[in-house]
Design a protein around this ligand. Structure first.
Ligand SMILES: Nc1ncnc2c1ncn2[C@@H]1O[C@H](COP(=O)(O)OP(=O)(O)OP(=O)(O)O)[C@@H](O)[C@H]1O
Ligand SMILES: [Mg+2]
Length: 510
């Protein structure tokens, strides 16, 4: 199918209900996505956004209600059925085949053939045509496993386009993207829409929602709150609708920065590791240090070295003055370092185990006596921390896979806290987390700092870094290129340090 052939497709969902066990995930929700528009779906974690998207995409069947595509009632038994009607989806957790190339993934199951054989030339022609249409510059022969998230997403978009999709459902597409990649995706969305396609966009970034969408639908507890023109909403009005209450501020007040004399918890001197080229940092007890920088600046690499996921080649790391040599992530906790990882899918969630077990996974030793786990104690500890992290699950015994994306993230947070660390490292701690819970996570981080922990927050969200840090370190090219405190912690200063080579003249940007 040629890239240009787009049908004007209006998709309607009418009176959709869906329950999982005793939980009503969707309760009489109706929604219409008009052709050539961006329709945003917002709501707290667990509100039912992904479930509604999956109904629309044919991934799950509703208990009742009607799906109407192009004016006709349709019943989707699989995503393939939805695709045949022009509806494609880019899931919250990407679903590509890692061993295959970009091109193979784009045309998976729909390869052009000649006399039963794969027509490689035709394939490449079609690939080039598609990629050019949206201005993507991916190498068609690279294996998708070698691509970063932003590029894997592009592959998913190309796949949707190659199948002639008119409505593309995107579930938190920018949650894992850097600032620049987010801009690129926004451009792509605008391009799709100007060509007559439509996008159903699930996002926790309210500024993004207001900027991109024509209409916004708010869900709360599986119910429709309202659908309105984006132009008639503001961040505050969306938050009110999502939470059913107002939130005066996303960020809690910070306790005062610890004095120079406060004890140093983390000290890293001259650390060299893969992607890290000589880093010195200290974090004091009670201090929240933000680590900013662009993707590839070395922030995650530094974190990996600190928690033993990569090898520290030289330099010294101490915790409370004691030298530590963490050689594996499992050893980090013993040294007093806990990490809330960046990617919940790859680094931590055990989908088939219960929420409770996922929470206590790293701290089982604490609840064990003579090799036996004291389940009672484990339950009690898990229960308390799951509550303080505001995890919403049917029960602590529910499988992790039954939780919404944001709630899974909160369980990983609970896991780190249960380890009782001295240094808490949170890598993109609020990715995919709704505004209300985001505030709860910030409150927790501040509480930990108040209790004397050293907190290191890695974040691509500049607002988050500014709102939460006593001190900000900016990395670039594997080094720390800027250190900001107090009133110097500004958007502009952070970006300057992130983009500019500090070795060269600072005026070079003008
Ligand atoms: N496969 C499942 N089994 C059991 N319960 C489920 C399943 N999928 C979703 N749920 C439940 O349905 C409700 C809605 O979940 P959904 O994933 O749609 O939320 P969401 O709005 O996408 O949240 P988030 O912002 O965290 O991604 C939640 O209570 C969730 O626990
Ligand atoms: Mg979701």
């Amino acid at each position: 199918m040629a890239v240009e052939s787009v049908r004007d497709l209006q998709v309607e969902l009418l009176g959709i209900r869906k329950h999982f066990g005793g939980a009503q995930a969707l309760d009489d929700v109706s929604l219409r996505v008009a052709a050539g528009t961006v329709h945003a779906l917002v709501g707290e974690n667990g509100a039912g956004k992904s479930t509604l998207s999956k109904v629309c995409a044919g991934v799950i069947s509703p208990d009742s209600g009607v799906v109407r595509a192009g004016g006709e009632d349709v019943v989707f038994r699989s995503p393939r059925d939805a695709l045949a009607r022009g509806i494609a989806t880019i899931a919250q957790e990407l679903a590509l085949v890692p061993g295959l190339t970009v091109e193979q993934n784009v045309f998976l199951g729909a390869e052009p053939r000649r006399g039963g054989l794969l027509d490689r030339k035709a394939l490449r022609r079609r690939y080039d045509e598609l990629a050019e249409h949206v201005g993507f510059d991916l190498v068609p022969d690279s294996p998708v496993s070698s691509l970063r998230t932003a590029d894997q997403q592009k592959v998913e978009i190309l796949r949707a386009l190659s199948s002639g999709a008119s409505l593309i459902i995107m579930d938190e597409p920018t949650a894992a993207l850097s600032r620049e990649d987010t801009e690129l995706l926004h451009d792509t969305i605008r391009l799709l829409v100007s060509g007559g396609r439509s996008v159903l966009l699930v996002s926790h970034f309210l500024s993004e929602v207001l900027e991109l969408s024509d209409e916004v639908t708010i869900l709360r507890d599986g119910r429709l709150v309202r659908t309105s023109a984006a132009a008639d909403e503001s961040e505050a009005s969306l938050i009110d609708g999502m939470l059913g209450r107002s939130l005066d501020s996303v960020f809690p007040g910070l306790p005062p920065a610890p004095a120079e004399s406060a004890s140093i918890v983390l000290s890293a001197v001259g650390v060299h590791a893969p992607g890290v080229r000589g880093v010195d940092i200290t974090v004091r007890a009670g201090e929240i240090v933000g680590l900013a920088g662009l993707v590839g600046a070395g922030r995650s690499e530094l974190v990996m070295a600190l928690v033993g996921a990569s090898r520290v080649r030289s330099g010294e790391v101490t915790i409370d003055g004691e030298p530590v040599d963490v050689r594996a992530p499992s050893e980090a906790m013993r040294s007093g370092i806990a990490l809330v990882p960046e990617s919940r899918k790859e680094q931590g969630v055990v989908p088939l185990r219960s929420v409770e077990e996922n929470a206590t996974l790293a701290s089982l030793a604490t609840f064990s006596r003579a090799g036996f786990v004291d389940r009672r104690q484990e339950r009690a500890a898990a229960g308390a921390v799951l509550e303080s992290t505001r995890v919403r699950a049917a029960s602590p015994r529910a499988p992790m896979s039954s939780l919404s994306g944001g709630n899974q993230q909160k369980v990983l947070f609970a896991r780190a806290l249960l380890c009782g660390p001295r240094l808490l490292i949170a890598d993109e701690p609020t990715r995919g987390v709704d505004v209300g819970s985001r505030r709860a996570i910030y409150d927790l981080l501040v509480e930990q700092a108040r209790a004397g922990l050293a907190v290191l927050v890695v974040s691509s969200d500049i607002e988050e870094v500014i709102g939460l840090s006593h001190r900000v370190l900016v990395m670039r090219g594997g080094r720390v290129t800027g250190e900001l405190t107090g009133a110097d912690i500004t958007d502009e200063n952070i970006l300057t340090a992130a983009f500019l080579d500090t070795d060269t003249n600072k005026g070079a940007d003008s």
